[in-house]
Ligand binder design. Sequence first.
Ligand code: GLY
Length: 332
Amino acid sequence: MSYNDRRRFIKLGLASSAALAAGCTDAPKAHTSTTGPDRTKGPLILSTWKHGLAANATAWEVMRTGGTVLDAVEQGVAAVESDLTNRSVGLGGMPDRDGHVTLDACIQDHDGRAGAVAFVQRFEHPIRIARAVMERTPHVMLVGAGAERWAEENGFSRRDVEIPEVKAKWLEWLEKAEYRPVVNIENHDTIGMVAMDASGRLAGSCTTSGMAFKIHGRVGDSPIIGAGLFVDGEAGAACATGVGELVIRTAGSHTVVELMRQGMEPTEACKEAVRRIIRQNKDMQDKQVGFLAIRADGAFGGWSVYDGFDFALRTNDREELVPTGHDRKWVG
Ligand code: GLY
């Protein structure tokens, strides 16, 4: 990092506290919060699951070296997309019933600009295509063959990956043609990331290979703005993980952000969104859903249906996995 980059990073962190000390009303709200278990000052990143630790490390480095919070959330989850040992994100993910790995992703910035792709195959970084859709087209979402053609025309190359372990699992599934999701133990699913930079600007990203052995063509919550991800710089940012159908039906991430807009603490907002899902679904067996949220004032939190949902937290002084509160204990 150059001297100027370092100065910029430090300056961003100091600017709002200085403004606050001077009584400046323009100081970002993120820095008016007191520190506590669910508040922070300075850059803040939350990501779903254990794979979020690696994503956060990449995203943190991007911000530390002068990148924007949007760059950070893109590159953070892209690092997980590149990990071919990950079975729920990127080309290493589990296939659908026809043996195809199909990918979904979206990204949104502080001002609500958004891009998404769904049902794309043989691209390493759907999140990068999603950002390009946001920045280079008048649209929000491209899907399937059209998205793939547009991606190739815009400089994204196909990548073919065959992983024997994944193929063996698919063949095994074909034999039984049944799949019972393991709610918590797998400790992985979509990666959703929400982040705030030192000036209080927010961004979020979400990317997944979706539900294993889904029907070919199925799209979950992850690429859908308002479901898997929602960012509104005035109110906050939220992302979701778990059974996408349940999140879509309740516009889950949008619900969380709107509840925070009304003044709810992030953890309470995530809890209420989870409880709407529980109220709407009599049978929650095998159906995990979790939300993470950052409010515009820097408060943050999460909640899930079942225990076992950890999120990766990165701040100036914390780099750890944090278990969310939950409504139910998973007994299998
Ligand atoms: N949450 C990921 C999916 O349902 O596809």
